[in-house]
Design a protein around this ligand. Structure first.
Ligand SMILES: Nc1ncnc2c1ncn2[C@@H]1O[C@H](COP(=O)(O)OP(=O)(O)OP(=O)(O)O)[C@@H](O)[C@H]1O
Ligand SMILES: [Mg+2]
Length: 501
């Protein structure tokens, strides 16, 4: 391995928590790079948290000012020979070769010990990479692929957090590619993306993936009324009073006795023709049920059935881009998530990953019940899903608005660029293992780079997300291009119209 420096002695370092080394002349050391140092306990692996340049010729302000006012110091002294690069390192752990185990650092290395670039093979094992895992990118400054073990990444849920435009959906596409690439013998899960902007539908027009992709358009989605219990219907209508719920339950009971499938129209007719119900209750119930009917979401049975949505090695895209009403989106997500969870508990569908874009809309922290129809079931999956292999991936640009209950159950966080100080603070508190120096770097991340913390990795690591293989949708095209495309299309429409006249 390449030697890059020597551990130096400071008043309070080297310690088990931090150390510095002076970089060998001609070598380059960068922030974020991993290094290895031999210690009494074994091989220590550390991360460079910062690099500082020093030069004793320039350490006294009065002499620098004096000399430089008459002549450049460079002309008088060999200043270049006295510039040193000092790297600060945070020790992460120890590899004990004889026992082939990793342990915590309990003894610092001695001053004067040589520092080496970390060995890629050691680094892979040290960070917890899995050769057969999901390859989402590589580690900056090292020739090491980030390959995450699927169970560690997904079983206890994943959150992808960043500001708008930082690359969340791009990363989701990379993840989907990796999951679709898995062979039967590797273990395949069913993947479901709730696509609020219709930006994943391009998967279906990519020949490489089309055969494994299933697009479900919003207008085709139906919730089967006949299967719903009173409690499930009241989840869609959190404002119902106890009396209204009781009456609704009676009507549903009567309908269920009569037939196995019934519509909202039939339910409304039954309410209208009932003689026992108080007229004020009747009016409210009819108004509320008519309102529900107007969503055009309800039918005799579910379409498509959940067993057609969740299939091993298949990506189902629930395209809700045609829905404007938030409540309608939440109703679809609430129903879908509940069905998926119940079927999974009964082992009627395969283990799955449910990816929620704009997750703060579906599992908000503070919204009132009527604006948070899907919150209950998503929180339930977050809490109990792992026992049943029902995994969530919550994607959000507003972590602070995302339910803390749900977010704290996501054991892995992938954080791309985040700039809002409140969001950063929230992330710092909700992601275990993030040190201050790491947190400070999040606001400076470039598009396509991120930080992985939690269950999926042994230590927080920065990752450069790999290029996607699948076709990118036109939704992300630059403003200029969109404006030109609009003008061209308008021109074509006018010309077409003229040729008809
Ligand atoms: N790893 C990457 N490599 C190359 N380009 C990327 C990468 N990640 C993102 N981009 C580009 O950056 C742009 C924004 O990415 P993306 O749509 O994924 O952002 P986002 O975080 O999902 O934003 P929003 O919150 O608005 O949905 C896209 O045009 C995408 O092509
Ligand atoms: Mg996005």
């Amino acid at each position: 391995m390449k030697e890059i420096g020597i551990v130096i002695s400071n008043p309070d370092a080297p310690s088990t928590r931090r150390l510095s080394f002076v970089v060998k002349k001609g070598e380059v050391v960068r922030r974020g790079q991993f290094v290895q140092i031999e210690t009494e306990e074994g091989l220590m692996v550390g991360r460079v948290s910062d690099v500082i340049k020093t030069n004793r010729y320039f350490s006294r302000p009065e002499s620098v000012e004096r000399y430089e006012s008459s002549q450049s110091m460079k002309d008088i002294f060999p200043v270049d020979n006295w510039e040193y690069l000092n790297a600060e390192v945070i020790p992460l752990g120890i590899y004990r070769k004889d026992e082939n185990i990793f342990s915590d650092v309990s003894i610092p290395p001695s001053p004067g010990t040589k520092v080496f670039e970390a060995n890629p093979e050691l680094l892979k094992r040290f960070l917890g990479m899995d050769e057969n895992g999901l390859e989402i990118g590589d580690i900056p400054h090292h020739n090491v692929k980030v390959t995450l073990n699927m169970t560690r990444l997904l079983q206890k849920h994943l959150a992808i957090l960043a500001i708008s435009g930082a690359g969340k959906s791009y990363l989701v596409s990379v993840l989907a590619e990796e999951l679709l690439k898995r062979r039967k013998e590797d273990g395949q899960v069913g993947i479901v993306i709730v696509d609020v902007h219709g930006e994943y539908t391009s998967f279906a027009s990519d020949p490489e993936y089309a055969g494994k992709v299933n697009i479900i358009e919003g207008k085709d989605i139906k919730i089967g009324l006949s299967k719903l219990s009173t409690q499930q219907i009241s989840e869609f209508l959190p404002k119902l009073s106890n009396v209204q719920v009781r009456e609704l339950s009676r009507f549903l009971h009567n309908l269920k006795e009569e037939k196995s499938h019934y519509s909202l129209e039939e339910l409304i007719k039954l309410v209208e023709s009932d003689g026992k119900i108080k007229s004020s209750t009747k009016d409210v119930l009819i108004t509320i049920l008519t309102d529900l009917m107007n969503t055009e979401l309800f039918d005799l049975s579910d379409n498509p059935p959940v067993a057609d949505i969740v299939k091993q090695g298949v990506l189902s895209i629930i395209d809700l881009s045609s829905f404007i009403d938030n409540r309608k989106k939440q109703m679809v997500v609430a129903h879908l998530a509940r069905e998926m969870f119940n079927y999974r508990r009964e082992n009627k569908i395969p283990p799955f990953l449910l990816i929620l874009e704009e997750a703060h809309q579906f599992v908000p922290e503070t919204a009132r019940a009527e604006n948070a129809i899907s919150r209950g079931i998503i929180q339930t999956i977050a809490r109990e899903g792992r026992k049943f292999h029902a995994s969530l991936c919550l994607v959000s640009q507003r972590p602070i608005q995302l339910s803390t209950t749900a977010l704290s159950q996501c054991n892995t966080h992938i954080i791309l660029r985040v700039t809002n100080p409140y969001d950063l603070d929230h992330i710092g508190r909700s992601s275990e293992g993030i040190t201050k120096d790491v947190l400070n770097q999040i606001s400076g991340l470039r598009v396509g780079t991120g930080l992985i913390v939690g269950e999926a990795v042994n230590y927080p690591i920065f990752v450069r997300i790999r290029k996607r293989m699948s076709k990118e949708s036109g939704k992300g095209i630059p403003l200029e291009q969109a404006a030109k495309r609009f003008a061209e299309e308008s021109k074509r429409i006018i010309e077409d119209a003229k040729s008809f006249m």
